[in-house]
Design a protein. Structure first.
Length: 101
């Protein structure tokens, strides 16, 4: 019997991982698929990021740290907030430049 892979080990499918979740480490076309330390993934539809085809849905590891690229997908961030394309610990204050409400 083969052993399962640990968190952050490169994987091909969920079955490869001890935690049961294989996804792209970060929201970037240069990212590798790894066993997610968070043991959770979220399906993200990408249409215009450099390096991705025009219609790709892929699984990404959740629990991304502040500053990680998130392209408007709150669910990948540990904080649950994606602001200005990056995970953030809190919403912007009054009078800070913003891209959306």
């Amino acid at each position: 019997a083969s052993s399962k892979l640990d968190a952050n080990d490169v994987c091909i499918s969920n079955d490869d991982c001890r935690g049961g979740h294989c996804g792209f480490a970060i929201l970037s076309s240069a990212s590798s698929k790894v066993c997610c330390a968070s043991e959770a993934t979220v399906l993200v539809y990408l249409s215009s990021l450099d390096g991705w085809s025009s219609s790709v849905s892929s699984y990404f590891c959740t629990d991304q740290p502040d500053g990680a690229f998130c392209e408007g997908t709150d669910a990948v961030c540990s904080s649950g907030l994606c602001i200005g394309g990056k995970c953030a610990s809190s919403k912007l204050s009054s009078n800070e430049v913003c891209a959306s409400n």
